[in-house]
Design a protein around this ligand. Sequence first.
Ligand SMILES: CCCn1cc(-c2nc(Nc3ccc(C(=O)NC)cc3)nc3[nH]ccc23)cn1
Length: 305
Amino acid sequence: QPTPDVDPTLFEKRFLKKIRELGEGHFGKVELCRYDPRGDKTGELVAVKSLKSENREEQSNNLSREIDILKALYHENIVKYKGICQEEGCQANKLIMEYLPLGSLKDYLPRNKNKTSLKTLLSYSVQICEGMDYLGSRNYIHRDLAARNVLVESERTVKIGDFGLTKSIKDNEGYYTVKDENESPVFWYAPECLTHCKFYLASDVWSFGVTMYELITYCDTSKSPMQLFHGMIGRSQGQMTIIRLVKALAEGKRLPRPLEGCPEPVYELMRKCWENAPENRISFKNLLPHFEILLLDEQFLDIAF
Ligand SMILES: CCCn1cc(-c2nc(Nc3ccc(C(=O)NC)cc3)nc3[nH]ccc23)cn1
């Protein structure tokens, strides 16, 4: 049993043993570690997020902001905060989270295609919607919703697993002004983010539509949003890509309905997330009943591809 009056959310660096890298974000990396105070490998496995060495100082307040956000979030579809690790008692420099052994949707879906039915994919979509609706209710915008940031806890449960770009919305404004767009995942960004650098709650809904697209295609990289958009707007790089993408979206061009495994009603739901004007876009809350109706429809039985 735990020793008395020890803060279980404080992890001592000397007992945190690195096992391997799990993933890399914009300014952070996530490693699998064992917290082993007894030194006999009976300690628990945890996911540890820290800054990538190159940009430590200016990003350190990003990490502490992310820690404060995750610490205050309690939802079954949001990865659990476990604590922090401090460097010699000064500010926290590592975020300790629960380790989800099955990895992200990008790791899991391609390898488990034949046992993941459309019904399960729609259930994952519902869970992401619920996590995002909760996040929005706390006045946070995620700004980086994509399959790579959704983690698989079990065949039945997924969780939003990274909040590296999450920002709180100043209540009166209702949007966040994107600063350094060099890190932005442009093919997951709504038009208002690309043209005005403004990010609304509704901008996360657009990214959700793109994430749904990834889900339905089992995160097949040959059909990834980036590949398909490059095919539509021609190969270019840097600012040209954004200019061509904005033009294509303004002309009403959208990711096409995936040829296999995407019934029309499912594609129609994605299209509701890709309305040009943020105010016309469906909300996460209003997406839920549409998913419930699809999940009642027999055609989505446990047919896996
Ligand atoms: C910074 C980028 C975002 N990110 C979050 C994580 C993460 N991963 C995992 N589990 C995981 C990951 C990968 C694999 C794998 O085998 N892959 C080939 C297996 C298990 N648990 C997590 N709990 C909290 C965060 C987190 C990884 N990257």
